[in-house]
Design a protein around this ligand. Sequence first.
Ligand code: PEP
Length: 256
Amino acid sequence: MILRKKLIAGNWKMNKTTADAAALIQELAGLIGKQTEVDVVVCPPFTAIESVARALEGSTLKLGAQNMHFESSGAFTGEVSAPMLRAFFATHVILGHSERRTFFGENDELINKKVLTALRNQLRPILCVGETLAEREAGATLKVVQAQTERCLEGVSKELAPSVVIAYEPVWAIGTGKVATTEQAQEVHAFIRGLLTKIFGEPAAQKVRILYGGSMKPANAPDLLAQKDIDGGLIGGASLEARSFVDLVNAASAAK
Ligand code: PEP
């Protein structure tokens, strides 16, 4: 049986000025910057990437971005590329977040291009998939998650598959305070693992970390993280404050 190291990723979204980000990362680095039990990734806004990257030097915390373009450079006003992120030693990039899908019209085809570009540039994609409330109520959860997962991973080799992180984020649970039950989350995580097994084979699928995202907090994390196929969390709101984020890292450490 493969033991997957738990991963906790903080998505700061469009929060924190450079000064606020510097204060938060210094606090986090002081509290959890030396631990190695859990992989911890922080994803600040682009404006704070440089200052956060500097503050992370010498710590075990890793740097991620919240999005990127699929081209390396060129006339794409307002965009940021994989080589630009790598220049700050970013290791992860969140792709296909539901807010990108909903507010910026990102579809599976575009997200797939970004996933392939990230992997070509040694960035680990944190690929977000998940159903809306209407889709869950219509009984379409697994169908939606299957289509998103398959389309967004098209062309990924089985050798590179273990570098991909999947985040199952039911859209109705993001930022709403409504968390999926442990059974609901585990059901979808196991389903995703099964899909990955069909696509990449058992050994590769067993290595892929599948995170849960959607109102994960220190109070509900232990039960979620104890599930067989829940390998960590993608955290929005609770990543904006050091105490709650550190508590989540500790919960992941206790669940390993
Ligand atoms: C997210 O945006 O990825 C997320 C999980 O947000 P929250 O934790 O605030 O629900």
